[in-house]
Design a protein around this ligand. Sequence first.
Ligand code: PLP
Length: 388
Amino acid sequence: MTWQDKLSNSVKSVAPSGIRKFFDIAAKMQDVISLGVGEPDFVTPWPIRESCVYGLERGYTSYTANRGMLKLREEIARHYVEKFNVGYDVDTEILVTVGVSEALDIALRAILNPGDEVLIPEPCYVSYQACTFMANGVPVSVPAKIENEFRITPEELEPFVTPKTKAILIGYPNNPTGAIMERDDLLKIADFAEAHDLIVISDEIYGDLTYGGVHECFAALPHMRDRTILLNGFSKAYAMTGWRIGYALSNPDFIAAMTKIHQYTILCAPITAQMAAVEALKRGEKYMKKMVADYDRRRRLIYDGFKTMGLDSFEPRGAFYIFPNITASGLTSEDFAERLIQVEHVALVPGTAFGKCGAGHVRCSYATSVEKISEALNRIEHFLKSHK
Ligand code: PLP
């Protein structure tokens, strides 16, 4: 008998995140340029930080309501009415969480019975499969195709539907591909969800990060508000990863069930971070837009760079990732990522970390400076030449 034998089977069978491995290698090296992390290189804008300092000065150090501060729920509700014309009741339909990470976990735990299946288009964010599994559900991967710019269609989903299918979990703009779904694409998914009576968990954490297009909120589509558990947060758009604030919006039954789990496991999100989130929604938009404009410049630089060196990539239209095809190098995505960091000290993530259909790709985050992106592109080009 070992300590391993005493672990929960579901936790034991989940593999650690394929992203972390490369962080760990990078952390031990000097002169590494990291395109690996999905994290803004900006510091949270000062007025947002200041609201936290102000809160501390005034002694705001207590718990808040389990669902989150009323002021924050009011700001979230206002934001969704103004931006997407979809309304949520502040008392029963909004839950403030510790990042989208917590919201995702408790959404799955609130709706899944053992053996319930969740359709998950891949490539996708690393937590979708693992959280479904740890919530006793069965993640069902549905490959999205590069020919279709990694959007998902009802025709691709249909063959995977069984009597046990309970939900579909989508994340657009997408991590790791940078794909977006336009209104017409989403309307088809909405019809599909309605036809099969599925819950839709829509992770819209990158909703503010789109380039040359408008983000469509899934819950704002006809008949989708109550069927959708909408997840969003402050980490990416407002450069607030360390503050750990997210939220879930849905019908009162789903939110009450999620609140039950949140109440017993988390109690509430930190008060000072919630105060900062209020400020982000009240006055943060101009700072956010400036950061998005910067990401757009970097996006064009990295997209052109990969094209010039002959690595195929479709143009990412959202989030801050690009997902080039590296098969021209003759290497697998794992070998490419591993050798690149060892030889050229550039960290990126193999596409397979996001699902099997990410094979032949790598994910690069361009949430880093123009200088670093340019230098990383030089090193990747050098690497490719020496591997031809
Ligand atoms: N959803 C997606 C698609 C992400 O890429 C991430 C973080 O990388 C998260 C959720 C987690 O976000 P948070 O910091 O709000 O927990």
